[in-house]
Ligand binder design. Structure first.
Ligand SMILES: [Zn+2]
Length: 271
C-alpha cells in the first residue's frame, strides 16, 4: 500500500507516532492479508485484464478503504461474459470467485431450472467505503471484497430477482435463487440472503472476508424448497443455507484484527 509522507512533517511527528502501530500517519491501514490475497490472485492468472475488467490502480482511503490493485468491471464470467447493470469496482479475488460461481453454479442451475442460460447479472453495489450498518466494523464492501447480487437476466429476456423470486410461487425461480445462494457458500466466505434479516430481502451479499478458523458464514435462510419444487442435484438435504458451513480451505486463522479495523464476529451481518 502506498503511503504518502510529507518530509516537512515527518520529522516533527515521527516521535509522536513512534510505537503507534494501529493508527499511524494517514490513519488505519488495510490488513496485510488483503494485499497478499490480491497479489496471489493476480499471480494465479485467474483474472485477466480485458475491455470489461480494467485495472484502475490503487484506491487508498479514505481510512482503510480501498484495494491495492482493483478493477473496474462491466462484465463477469469466464466462457460466457455476462454484462453487469452497473460498473462495479472489485478486487481480484472477488472477480475470480464470482466468475467461478457463475460458471460452476449459476449457469448449470439456470439450465436445470429454466432450460436456458443467464445472459446478464444485476447487482446493487460492490465498493462502498462504510462500516457494517449499526456496527463499528468495516464492511467488506469497503475493500472491494463484496458484491450484492440482486438478479439474473435469462436468455429469453426475463430477469429473475431475489426481491420477488426468493419466495415466488414460481418454484423454478425460488429454487434457482436458493440454489445459487446456497452453493455460493463454496465460492465465497460470507453469503447472506433474504432470511438473514431485513437488510437482505432483495439481494445476495457475497464476500470474501476471512472469518476466524477459516469458517464460511452462510445465512440465507433454512426455508424449505417450495411445494412442487425440485432439489437441485448438489443439494444433500433441504437445508439451503447451512448456518456455519465449514470451508474446504481450512487454515486461514485469526489475523484480521491486526490493524485496528478488526473483524466482526459472526453475529454482525454485513449487508
Ligand atoms: Zn453487501
Amino acid at each position: 500500500m502506498k503511503r504518502i509522507l510529507y518530509p516537512a512533517f515527518v520529522f516533527s511527528v515521527s516521535t509522536a507516532l513512534a510505537g503507534c502501530s494501529l493508527f499511524g500517519w494517514g490513519g488505519p491501514k488495510r490488513a496485510a492479508w488483503r494485499g497478499q490475497a490480491e497479489q496471489a490472485c493476480l499471480s494465479s492468472g485467474a483474472v485477466k485484464p480485458s475491455a470489461d475488467v480494467r485495472p484502475i490502480g490503487e484506491v487508498d482511503g479514505p481510512g482503510a478503504c480501498g484495494a491495492d490493485r482493483p478493477f473496474k468491471v462491466t462484465a463477469l464470467g469466464r466462457d460466457q461474459r455476462l454484462p453487469l447493470n452497473e460498473t462495479a469496482a472489485m478486487n481480484c479475488p472477488l472477480v475470480a470467485a464470482t466468475d467461478t460461481w457463475l460458471e460452476r453454479v449459476v449457469q448449470p442451475a439456470a439450465q436445470a431450472f429454466f432450460g436456458e442460460p443467464v445472459v446478464a447479472v444485476e447487482h446493487m453495489g460492490a465498493y462502498n467505503c462504510r462500516n457494517i450498518a449499526g456496527s463499528r466494523y468495516m464492511s467488506e464492501h469497503a475493500y472491494m471484497n463484496a458484491i450484492d447480487v440482486s438478479g439474473f437476466k435469462l436468455a429469453d429476456g426475463r430477469t429473475v430477482r431475489v426481491k420477488n423470486g426468493w419466495r415466488s410461487a414460481d418454484a423454478s425461480e425460488a429454487n434457482f435463487l436458493r440454489t445459487v445462494g446456497g452453493e455460493a457458500c463454496d465460492d465465497f466466505t460470507t453469503v447472506l440472503g433474504p432470511a438473514s434479516g431485513a437488510a437482505h430481502q432483495d439481494h445476495l451479499h457475497l464476500d470474501l472476508a476471512r472469518h476466524s478458523k477459516g469458517r464460511h458464514v452462510c445465512r440465507g435462510g433454512d426455508e424449505p424448497v417450495p411445494a412442487g419444487g425440485r432439489l437441485f442435484s448438489f443439494f444433500k438435504d433441504d437445508t439451503i443455507f447451512p448456518e456455519d458451513k465449514v470451508g474446504t480451505t481450512g487454515s486461514i486463522g485469526e489475523e484480521d484484527a491486526v490493524d485496528g479495523v478488526g473483524e466482526p464476529d459472526e453475529t454482525v451481518l454485513d449487508k
